[in-house]
Design a protein around this ligand. Structure first.
Ligand SMILES: Cc1cc2nc3c(=O)[nH]c(=O)nc-3n(C[C@H](O)[C@H](O)[C@H](O)COP(=O)(O)OP(=O)(O)OC[C@H]3O[C@@H](n4cnc5c(N)ncnc54)[C@H](O)[C@@H]3O)c2cc1C
Length: 385
């Protein structure tokens, strides 16, 4: 376990790195839907984006607890972590389910920043959250799989060398359990584009580089199968707890960003001859948000510690993500209200962060689905779907 002083040192170093990329950098990227190439390069070179990769593959070999601290500081600085966060955790599928050849081929290069694996293709337009109902098929043909189907909202694929793809290898009506018959693959994006994969960017509310994907007889070498054929759902599922904890830590960072901004502005903005923060109608909502973010942060810490100890932490990871995403959204709303009309001016950066943090109540999993998980799996109430 990392000492308190070490984690403070990590946080300080991340803050120093982020200071080089001020809020105007992120605003410019948001305006032109640009990719933060320089930021990602520095975050990788400093070792922060690869903290979860074991030392034997060139990473820092740290845990989700430390990774969460990195992501929280990135978001607290005003940055948009969505452009790169998946580089931290998608590789977990290779680490936990890849064979030796795959691990040696990919992980050291990801750690060195030579390869980007920050895209995962799960969501489909007609099935949404009902993942096991997905329609994309991968059929074995000699030493290849041939993929046909469609995905939606697949983020960062235009800025990723590799994608982890989830597809059906056995039709749903031919398997005993609906989670069976799905398989995960590593797709070489550059080779795939124009050879069966078409990428169509989606114009969206935030600069997340999300795309629609169309597969038309894309041939994937059989050696790119990740884990066992038919067991791909587990490959994806295993990565979800880490993803949820890290997204939750980003929300804590966003929440703290909004509270920093709101409390600073409330102290300095004078209306009716006194700082607006002197009015309890302005002060109390900010104080309440602070309490909510601190509480969510404790749940993130608990989930991260359990994950790193190898304990089952599905409930805690889900609760952390739900509480943190709600706390950051509330803090964003209060920050907007505190700034009055200026909250709408792009140069204040709040409206951008407000848009960005809203995503996390929907993706990577929506709040309702988390509530249903808690209701059914933690509290033992009847299954609703
Ligand atoms: C910016 C962005 C980036 C994304 N990046 C990726 C990515 O990189 N890779 C990827 O695979 N996916 C990605 N996604 C997809 C994301 O994971 C899904 O949007 C999310 O899981 C919700 O699925 P859906 O949009 O199909 O909503 P639906 O499943 O259609 O649900 C719509 C609404 O109905 C609710 N709902 C549905 N069923 C029930 C039920 N039984 N009970 C109660 N409520 C229910 C949901 O909670 C939700 O609020 C991204 C999405 C966005 C917006």
């Amino acid at each position: 376990m990392t000492e308190q002083s070490d984690i403070m040192e990590i946080r300080k170093s991340v803050r120093q790195l982020c200071e080089k990329f001020g809020e105007d950098y992120w605003l410019a990227l948001d305006r032109e839907t640009g990719y933060p190439t320089e930021f990602v390069k520095e975050l990788t070179a400093s070792g922060f984006l690869t903290v979860l990769i074991p030392e034997e593959y060139g990473g820092a070999g740290l845990g989700v607890f430390e990774a969460a601290a990195v992501m929280e500081e990135v978001c607290r600085s005003g940055a948009h972590a969505g452009a790169c966060h998946a580089q931290m955790y998608v590789m977990g599928s290779v680490l936990r389910h890849g064979n030796d050849v795959q691990k040696k081929a990919y992980l050291p290069k990801i750690a060195a920043g030579e390869l980007r694996l920050q895209s995962f293709g799960v969501t489909e337009p007609t099935t949404g959250t009902d993942t096991t109902n997905l329609k994309t098929m991968a059929q074995r043909d000699g030493d290849h799989y041939v993929v046909n189907g469609q995905k939606v909202w697949i983020s960062r694929i235009e800025h990723s060398d590799l994608m982890v793809l989830l597809a059906r290898t056995t039709p749903r009506d031919q398997v005993g359990k609906k989670t069976e018959g799905l398989s995960a693959f590593i797709v070489d994006v550059e080779k795939a584009v124009g050879n069966g994969l078409t990428i169509q960017p989606i114009e969206s509310m935030i600069n997340h580089h999300s795309c629609e994907l169309f597969f038309d007889d894309l041939r994937i070498p059989a050696e790119n199968l990740l884990g066992e054929e038919g067991k791909g759902f587990k490959v994806i599922l295993d990565g979800m707890n880490a993803e949820r904890i890290l997204i939750a830590s980003e929300c804590v960072g966003d929440g703290r960003y909004f509270i920093d901004k709101a409390s600073a502005y409330a102290k300095e903005r004078v209306v009716f001859g006194r700082p607006i923060g002197q009015n309890q109608g302005v002060q109390f909502p900010i104080a309440r948000c602070h309490a909510e973010v601190e509480a969510a942060s404790l749940m993130v810490e608990k989930a991260a510690r359990m994950f790193d100890a190898g304990e089952p932490c599905g409930a805690e990871a889900n609760m952390a993500k739900m509480l943190a995403s709600e706390a950051s959204w509330h803090a964003g709303d209060v920050c907007m209200q505190t700034h009055g009309g200026f909250a709408f001016a792009k140069e204040y950066h709040i409206e951008r962060k407000f848009r960005e943090t809203r995503l996390y109540q929907i993706a990577p999993i929506s709040t309702n689905l988390i509530l249903s998980f808690i209701g059914e799996h933690v509290l033992g109430m009847p299954r609703s779907f």
